[in-house]
Every structure is written in structure tokens, then in C-alpha cells.
Design a protein around this ligand. Structure first.
Ligand SMILES: [Fe+2]
Length: 219
């Protein structure tokens, strides 16, 4: 009776994960951590206290972070290729480190006025940390029946493991949060935003081009 039966996932929400080679990540993370601690100032962890501490969102302008920013830009290029974007000229608009002591968390948020956002893990306790992504489809949460197994296709939260050397990239509009750090160790990450460099010229004009009866004129 049945000739074919299948399922197609539509309107997918991509989250790209890149894991660096462990040896390379270890060296890079040691340098990044030293630089982040230097930015804390002479008081070190006393500056942080027991809640989240962040650097200014300007790390992408510091030469000490240029190698790291290169990794972020490479990830954005791969994502843009995956999405078949015509314009792939991105600029990092903000980059900051997060220093989360035990007990700290980061509530739900998104990153307005950018196209991509992401986070890279510098120091994370073994297997203890997650980032929680929220279902961006509010209608889908009208019904959340009990399930026998949690998968990417049911529920309204997807947890992804945070581990040192892992670089995540996702749409800047995608809501996410960081659960409480229940480990005894500090969790250190670097967040970043990227936007189209030529947004006004390349992206915002209407997607249709008209009938060409009006010559484009500078006014
Ligand atoms: Fe975030």
C-alpha cells in the first residue's frame, strides 16, 4: 500500500561546533587564560567575586587575541558556505571573555544586531558544563507531550556540552543560557558576534530587483 514514507526537517536552526586538536587547544587556551587573567588586573580573582565577570567586548582589537579571532572568522566562513550566502564578508563586532566562578550562571538572552554569535571554551571542568539553546518556535511549545526519549526533535531546550577547545557558532537571534556552574572550578569562555561588513550596501536592499525602468541614480 505504501510506496514511500519519509520525513523532512524544515526551517532548521544550525549550531556549528568545531573542536580544535587537543594539543593545539591546550597551548592556545593557556595563552588565552593568561591574557584574560592579566585583563582582570592586579587583584586577580578578587576582582571577580562570586558572580560572573566579563572583560570589555573589545578583545578582537587586541593583538594577543588575533590568532583566536582568526579561528572565529574561519568558522563564520564555513557557516556562510554551508548556508550558501552570497555575501561572506563578515566583521567581528564584539568579543569578550566570561569568567564564571562556581555557582554562577548566565540567564536567557540573544545577541541583537548581529548575524552570527558564538562561544569558545577556554577552561571547563570535565563533563560538567553545558550551554542551553531554546526552541525559537514559540508555537511549537503549545504542546509538549511526555516522551520516552529526549531528542533534538522533541522538547524545547537542547543542551550542548561545553569542553575546552570547542568553538560554537549559531544565529545571533537564537536564545540561549548557561546553567549554573556546579563544578568547583572556574568556567572561562570567550563570546563573539559577527555581522556583515557591508550590511547597508549588500544585504538590506530589497530582495527583488524591479523591472529596471528606473535607472539607479545617486541622489
Ligand atoms: Fe550569549
Amino acid at each position: 500500500m505504501i510506496r514511500r514514507s519519509g520525513v523532512q526537517q524544515i526551517f532548521a536552526t544550525p549550531v556549528w561546533a568545531t573542536d580544535l586538536e587537543p594539543a593545539y587547544a591546550e597551548t592556545l587556551n593557556a595563552r588565552l587564560l593568561a591574557e584574560i587573567r592579566r585583563l582582570m588586573g592586579p587583584q586577580g580573582e578578587l576582582t571577580v567575586g562570586r558572580s560572573n565577570w566579563q572583560t570589555d567586548p573589545l578583545l578582537h582589537k587586541l593583538p594577543e587575541f588575533s590568532e583566536f579571532v582568526g579561528l572565529v572568522e574561519d568558522a563564520a566562513q564555513r557557516a556562510a558556505e554551508y548556508l550558501k550566502l552570497r555575501s561572506r564578508d563578515f566583521v567581528v563586532t564584539g568579543c569578550w571573555a566570561n569568567y564564571n566562578p562556581p555557582g554562577a550562571h548566565n540567564p536567557s538572552h540573544s545577541h541583537p544586531n548581529n548575524y552570527f554569535s558564538g562561544v569558545y571554551y577556554v577552561a571547563v571542568a570535565d563533563g560538567a558544563a553545558r550551554i542551553a539553546f531554546e526552541d525559537p518556535r514559540p508555537q511549537a511549545q503549545v504542546m509538549l507531550p511526555p516522551v520516552v526519549e529526549h531528542t533534538a526533535y522533541n522538547g524545547n531546550i537542547v543542551l550542548m556540552e561545553a569542553r575546552p577547545g570547542r568553538l560554537l557558532l549559531f544565529p545571533a537571534w537564537l536564545g540561549h543560557s548557561v546553567p549554573v556552574n556546579r563544578s568547583p572550578e572556574v568556567r572561562v569562555s570567550i563570546s563573539y558576534n559577527l555581522m556583515f561588513r557591508g550590511y547597508a550596501e549588500e544585504i538590506s536592499p530589497p530582495l527583488w530587483e524591479g523591472t529596471s525602468k528606473i535607472d539607479a541614480q545617486d541622489s
